[in-house]
Ligand binder design. Sequence first.
Ligand code: APR
Length: 178
Amino acid sequence: MDRFSIVVGDITGSDAEAIVNAANTTLLGGSGVDGAIHAAAGPALLAECRTLGGCETGRAKLTAGYRLRAKYVIHTPGPIWHGGDRGEPALLASCYRSCLELAEERGIRTLDFCSISTGVYGYPLPLAATVALRAIMDFLADHPLPERVRMVCHTEAAAEIYRQTWNLWYAADKDHRL
Ligand code: APR
């Protein structure tokens, strides 16, 4: 699947048309990638977020990117990990699907994800990677947009877990391993 790839970097420097922010339900900023995106986008991002009235876990809302290279930011509050028996996998899958649906709806061609819920919200990375990749690959199989989707991991260690997970589930043969 050449429409999807896993990269290491800082999503605030992404050249994708839209980047995904791992937000909270207030959409009023925070630490982690949320804090980094707001810091890079500037105060106008928060001003627009204030007009959105928050966002439910698993849903997604779009704003402009302001000082970011990305034209848009898609904000999605992921689930907080409580052990996995409070619907976390379904809510995390919904985050990815909601962002992809919103991107397609707006005709966005390139979309960069961060690893939703795997920082402050404590979602174990290998479990999150399985949910994320399945949601992304299922969507791309049925939809022409976005044309390119990347998972932007902040560390090489995180990227390796995503690559291993992708190879386990999606590398039809060794020539397609990431
Ligand atoms: N670029 C790419 N990925 C990043 C960056 C960055 N600049 N900064 C952090 N990350 C990664 C983290 O390493 C983690 O894998 O983003 C992933 C998500 O971590 P968090 O940002 O902590 O987000 P999350 O776990 O979803 O928790 C959301 O934290 O920042 C607050 O307001 C936010 O309350 C919300 C909660």
